[in-house]
Write a protein that binds this ligand. Structure first.
Ligand code: ADP
Ligand code: MG
Ligand code: ZN
Length: 611
């Protein structure tokens, strides 16, 4: 629209200029005086006329005093004849220089052409302007189907495998891919089929995009980078044509790598039939399948794709010959976390006594992105306090900040609210410390943070993949510690326990329905189905009878009640310890692991075993 008004402006401007020029041209060709033939005759007789030019009927007259004038003669008659009729003496006429011109000078043509051709030219010019604009729009329409695939050079930001910590297995797989692109002969001679598609699978922030970039940095072949969301358009067929374009570009540049990030945007299972634009996505996916099949054995193009939802990908995408290699990127374990922290500490100034290992211990479940964020937060914190280097304190502080949100020391809390929080958190901590096999308490705090009033941080001693029933029961009891403590001490319960109860209930229900860890025995109940379009577990299909449902509810209730009793028993038995913890928390607001252990020592608590 802006373009249009701009063009209008130009058109009007040209018109104005043209008319000005026009009028100027006519003005100059308009001599000042017009004489009638009789006046001319008088002037000739008086000897004032120097020259007369005849051009058609028009007479251009130059007087002796260099003035100019025009006149018209009679149409049919010659000039001399006309003048004679007006009484001009032949002698006087002889002194006048008379020339007859064919009316063919530029004046004639100009007079003829300017009024006719110029408007045509103008109109033509206007048309041209309009045309040009229309063609611009059309070009846009045509470039629609082209992909905005980017050839990544990553200039000075080149990443290699060295910059990616951990992920050993994933790297090994990808090293092979890189090697293949470099020496395909070695593989082809053995009759091996070239890997075609490699799917990087992992939770958000585990380094999928980063690893792909590292492959680009290592392989020294052209690396095309695109995101599947760029193939999603409103118009059916556009995505497919962009896919075609991307693959064609990669093929032209072979050997090369084509990286499609977040492929689940188009790679969802077909035929879900939910939501609009489904057709378009199916076409796009089909085109990917076709393109993947279109490579022959020798084509040295490898397709890398990344997703965090492999479960929703279309099975056709994952069959051999397509994305048959799946590289799993796990959440980092303790050693990997330390390595990642080290990588992100490289460009920061840390105090020499900083121990990143201890930070790694406190961050199970953190992804690479979380850890990178943590290091950045610690630098920000140090800068805010005008420190020259980041200390251990800021590192720990940022762990909690990333985990729970920023501290809210500013929030005004009444003394009674503080007491409730101190006993609540003290209850969690004491229960955790009093059950065998429970994770050790790393920190207790009653400083409000994010949405929580206070928190108790307990961390596993080692990374684990498997969890046992005993651990779950200990967790349940620990969840109930806050609730039980409030009830025991104040005889009342606050809303502060609600999120504990929610988490505990969910855990208890999972124990019954998913893990077979209740008296209902080794069986799972319910089939949770994902509505593909929403990508969420929103409908849990009930595949059991109402009678069983009652039993499940009873079992869950039983677990919860049991956990509550356990917590209550512990807190009653060690009431003195609980009071002490709450008292110290009210004074100091936070207790670190060592302080907490020292505090409990005099009470000689013997951890109980729960079954
Ligand atoms: P995603 O898996 O969601 O694509 P990214 O690759 O974008 O995650 O990772 C986000 C950021 O997390 C990276 O830019 C990097 O700083 C950090 N990161 C993730 N994994 C690692 C790792 N293994 N080593 C070093 N940094 C990592
Ligand atoms: Mg990514
Ligand atoms: Zn709590």
């Amino acid at each position: 629209m802006k373009n249009f008004s701009k063009n209008i402006f130009w058109a009007v401007l040209t018109l104005v200029i043209a008319s000005v020029v026009f009028s100027m041209v006519y003005q100059t060709s308009q001599p000042p005086a017009k004489l009638s033939l009789s006046e001319l005759a008088l002037k000739v007789n008086a000897g004032e006329v120097a020259q007369i030019k005849v051009s058609g009927d028009t007479l251009s007259i130059r007087l002796k005093n260099d003035q100019k004038a025009t006149s018209k003669k009679e149409v049919e008659a010659g000039l001399t004849e006309s003048l004679k009729n007006f009484g001009v003496q032949p002698e006087a006429l002889a002194k006048v220089e008379i020339s007859v011109q064919d009316p063919s000078g530029w004046q004639f043509w100009g007079g003829l052409l300017i009024p006719t051709v110029l408007p045509i030219l103008l109109i033509g010019f206007l048309f041209w302007l309009m045309f040009r604009q229309a063609r611009g729009g059309m070009n846009q329409a045509f470039s629609f189907g082209r992909s905005n695939i980017r050839l990544s050079t990553f200039g000075n930001e080149r990443i290699t495998f060295q910059d990616v910590a951990g992920l050993k297995e994933a790297k090994e797989e990808l090293v092979e891919v890189v090697d293949f692109l470099r020496n395909p002969k070695k593989y082809l001679e053995l009759g091996a089929r070239i890997p075609r598609g490699v799917l990087l699978v992992g939770q958000p922030g585990t380094g999928k995009t980063m690893l792909a970039r590292a492959v680009a940095g290592e392989s020294n072949v052209p690396f095309f980078h695109t995101s599947a969301s760029e193939f999603v358009e409103m118009f059916v067929g556009v995505g497919a044509s962009r896919i075609r374009d991307s693959f064609a570009t990669a093929r032209k540049a072979a050997p090369s790598i084509l990286f499609i990030d977040e492929i689940d945007a188009v790679g969802r299972q077909r035929g879900a039939g939910l939501g609009g634009g489904n057709d378009e996505r199916e076409q796009t996916l089909n085109q990917i399948l076709v393109e993947l099949d279109g490579f022959d054995r020798e084509t040295r193009v490898i397709i890398l794709a990344a997703t965090n939802r492999p479960d929703i990908l279309d099975p056709a995408l994952l069959r051999p010959g397509r994305f048959d290699r799946r590289v799993l990127l796990d959440l980092p374990d303790l050693n990997d976390r330390e390595a990642i922290l080290k990588i992100h500490a490289r460009d920061k100034i840390l105090e020499p006594n900083c121990d990143l290992r201890r930070v790694a211990v406190r961050t199970p479940g953190f992804s690479g992105a979380d850890l990178a964020n943590l290091m950045n937060e610690s630098a920000l914190l140090a800068a805010r306090q005008n420190k020259k280097a980041v200390s251990q304190e800021e590192l720990f502080e940022s762990v909690e900040k990333v985990l729970l949100g920023p501290e809210r020391r500013g929030r005004v809390i009444s003394q009674s609210e503080k007491e409730i929080t101190a006993y609540h958190e003290g209850g969690h901590a004491l229960v955790a410390a009093s059950i065998q096999g429970s994770d050790p308490v790393h920190k207790v705090s009653i400083i409000s943070r994010g949405f929580t009033g206070g928190y108790t941080m307990k961390l596993p001693i080692e990374d684990r993949r498997l969890r046992t029933r005993k651990q779950f029961l200990a967790d349940l009891a620990m969840f109930m510690g806050g609730y039980a403590s409030e009830k025991l001490v104040f005889g009342d319960i606050s809303t502060g326990a609600s999120s504990d109860l929610k988490e505990a209930s969910e855990l208890a229900r999972s124990l019954v329905t998913k893990y077979g860890m209740s008296e209902l025995g080794p069986i799972t109940f319910g089939k949770s189905e994902e509505l593909i379009f929403l990508g969420r577990e929103i409908s849990a299909e009930k595949n059991y009878s109402e009678a069983i449902a009652t039993k499940i509810d009873a079992a869950v209730q039983d677990l919860m009640a049991h956990a509550y009793l356990t917590a209550q028993k512990i807190l009653k038995a060690h009431r003195k310890a609980l009071d002490k913890i709450a008292q110290v928390l009210l004074e100091k607001e936070t207790l670190e692991q060592e302080e907490f252990a020292a505090l409990l020592k005099p009470f000689k608590i013997k951890p109980i075993v729960i079954t």
